[in-house]
Design a protein around this ligand. Structure first.
Ligand SMILES: Cc1cc2nc3c(=O)[nH]c(=O)nc-3n(C[C@H](O)[C@H](O)[C@H](O)COP(=O)(O)OP(=O)(O)OC[C@H]3O[C@@H](n4cnc5c(N)ncnc54)[C@H](O)[C@@H]3O)c2cc1C
Length: 551
């Protein structure tokens, strides 16, 4: 396979040589770096590459060029290289123009010249851009191959696991792809063996468990130490923040995650209200950055492990895993967030994972090409999913029980949904039944005012109807409210003061068990936002320090 291209465009021979030299030295083994000295020449190169079906990963253009500006070249280049990342090289005086280009042409980044030293000012930016591009174009950077049936729930789970753990893969449908059929036959795989997962070192996994798959991919599934200062359950924004602050402030820290780091936020197509990212960023990008930070500070991450029990053993806090194994620590942060609430509709459980998905739009969106897709829900998560899906689907129908979205969805999302020509909103509507043999084929919709029903054909239903905490594993000692949210700090004294065992008051995020803290969505009265979860995760570490000083 030809290497993907990085194209640099600059009319100044010295700058052009410098950027090309720096890019070749760092990325030359994986990418081909091509240099153009004008906008016209660059567009010719892009046309040739498009005709040869060769991938362009990044276009870096200087803003100040005669005939065409960098922004003009990038705008026109989008047609030939639609998925390529766009970088503008600017002088300080062009900053306003560059910021405007973020909105106008979807510019990914602008870089002020000069960029010396490149290790600090150029490569981290290019690494991020190429990393994002690689994830969106797994055919060019594939690590694993998954072979199975399109409508198999296990295939879906495995693809979700790989996507959310940032493992690039190629998907082959044995019914649609000759290559899928060939690989299945080569592996002599029976129906029960599917999905097959072929990992880079040549191992063939037959319908692997999540734990088996994680281990085969080299992900850490076991803790390395007998006792930690801090154990964190849950790798969403709250848990990841706690891990970064814990490890960076000298605590031996381990974080346990049952699915994939990122949590609910990892499923968001675009988080637009998180400070510091004016263009917004995808949940997957946020998770990816956070994981790198966790690793950099030396926190251990144990993946594909489901915590099912909590025990206090004197001053030690222990969490036990579903498939045997446990972790002991001196303090515990519960950051296990929330999980999707189930939709009540006849036939739903049999078809879940076979065309019906809870919040999985990010992973499945690009498979809905030219289909009519239903999304149920009225909050921001449903709105984001509808917009993401509308990029691929023929039509998206948002099913909403209420008469309007204004009470539940942010106005910027409502405006975008209204403006999208292929999104329809059905108010006063609920889904009462789903139908299909082997996979979803039709839905029965009911008018909530008249009870009139209508059957519509569709193979895709994405459900975003809220979430609730799953905290049963905490047992009887950790006080929760009637919905399962963990009660902390002053709330504990208000709700059930008799359950607090010490003379001192509980610390702000401390639960009814001293040394056990809760952060993020799992906590009673939390704000249910990425920023607040991150804030609480960070804050929990300072409280852990105060607690550890008392024992
Ligand atoms: C689709 C979607 C879009 C959103 N968009 C936005 C947005 O634009 N802006 C915004 O501010 N907020 C947004 N939110 C809300 C935001 O994502 C959450 O508030 C935030 O993720 C909460 O973080 P958390 O760490 O507390 O919990 P979670 O994100 O729920 O993470 C908890 C983690 O714990 C793991 N876990 C749970 N139980 C166990 C167990 N027993 N053992 C091991 N691991 C366990 C889970 O697998 C999960 O990874 C969105 C949510 C969704 C679903």
């Amino acid at each position: 396979m030809t290497k993907p291209t990085i194209l640099t465009i600059d009319d100044d021979p010295l700058v052009s040589a410098a950027i090309t030299r720096d890019l070749v030295s760092q990325y030359g083994t994986a990418y081909r770096v091509i240099r153009a000295s004008s906008g016209r020449e660059a567009l010719d190169v892009l046309t040739k590459l498009a005709l040869r079906d060769e991938a362009v990963a990044l276009i870096a253009a200087d803003q100040r060029m005669p005939e065409m500006t960098g922004i003009e070249v990038l705008q026109q280049g989008r047609k030939q290289a639609p998925g390529a990342k766009m970088l503008l090289l600017t002088a300080y005086a062009d900053t306003d123009v560059a910021i405007k280009a973020i909105n106008d042409i979807g510019l990914d980044y602008y870089l002020l010249k000069p960029w010396d030293p490149p290790e600090e000012r150029l490569y981290p930016i290019i690494d991020d851009l190429l990393d994002d591009w690689g994830k969106a174009h797994p055919h060019h950077t594939s690590d694993a191959r998954v072979i199975g049936y399109r409508w198999s729930d296990r295939s879906h789970e495995i693809k979700m696991f790989l996507t959310r753990n940032h493992v690039p893969y190629r998907w082959y449908d044995v019914e649609l792809d000759a290559e899928g059929e060939r690989l299945r036959d080569l592996a002599h795989a029976a129906a029960d063996d599917l999905p097959l997962v072929l990992v880079p070192d040549g191992e063939t996994l037959r319908s692997p468990s999540t734990l088996g798959l994680a281990a085969a991919l080299g992900l850490h599934t076991r803790a390395q130490q007998p006792l930690y200062d801090l154990c964190i359950v849950g790798g969403g924004p709250a848990g990841l923040a706690a891990a970064v602050y814990g490890a960076s402030e000298g605590l031996s820290t381990v974080i346990v995650e049952r699915e994939a780091p990122g949590g609910q936020a990892g499923m968001s197509a675009a988080i637009e209200n998180y400070l510091g990212f004016p263009r917004g960023l995808s949940g997957s990008d946020l998770a990816h950055r956070a994981i790198a930070q966790v690793a950099r500070f030396g926190a251990e991450m144990v993946l594909a492990r489901h915590v099912v029990q909590f025990e206090s053993r004197g001053p030690v806090r222990a969490v036990l895993f579903e498939d045997s194994g446990e972790i002991e620590s001196r303090a515990l942060v519960v950051a296990s967030g929330m999980s999707y609430r189930r939709l009540e509709a006849s036939g739903l459980s049999e078809l879940t994972g076979r065309g019906i998905y809870y919040g999985a739009a990010v992973g499945e969106a690009n498979q809905c090409h030219d289909d009519v897709v239903y999304v149920v829900g009225a909050a921001n998560s449903a709105g984001q999913a509808a917009l993401e899906l509308s990029r691929f689907a023929k039509q998206v129908v948002l099913v909403v029980r209420a008469a309007a979205l204004t009470e539940t969805m942010s106005s910027y999302l409502i405006a975008r949904i209204t403006a999208a020509s292929n999104i329809a909103v059905r108010y006063h509507t609920k889904i009462v039944a789903v139908h299909g043999s082997g996979h979803l084929e039709a839905l029965t919709l009911a008018d909530t005012e008249t009870d009139a029903t209508e059957e519509v054909a569709s193979s895709w239903l994405f459900i975003f109807i809220g979430a609730s905490p799953r905290t049963d594993w905490l047992g009887a000692d950790v006080v929760r409210d009637e919905r399962g949210f963990v009660v902390t700090g002053q709330d504990l004294l208000r709700v059930d003061a008799a359950r607090w065992p010490l003379a001192r008051s509980p610390l702000a995020l401390e639960t009814s068990v001293p040394g056990v803290f809760a952060a993020g969505d799992v906590r009673l009265n939390s704000m249910k936002r990425v920023a607040s979860a991150v804030g609480e995760g960070a804050m929990s570490v300072s409280l852990v320090h105060r607690y550890l000083a008392t024992i």
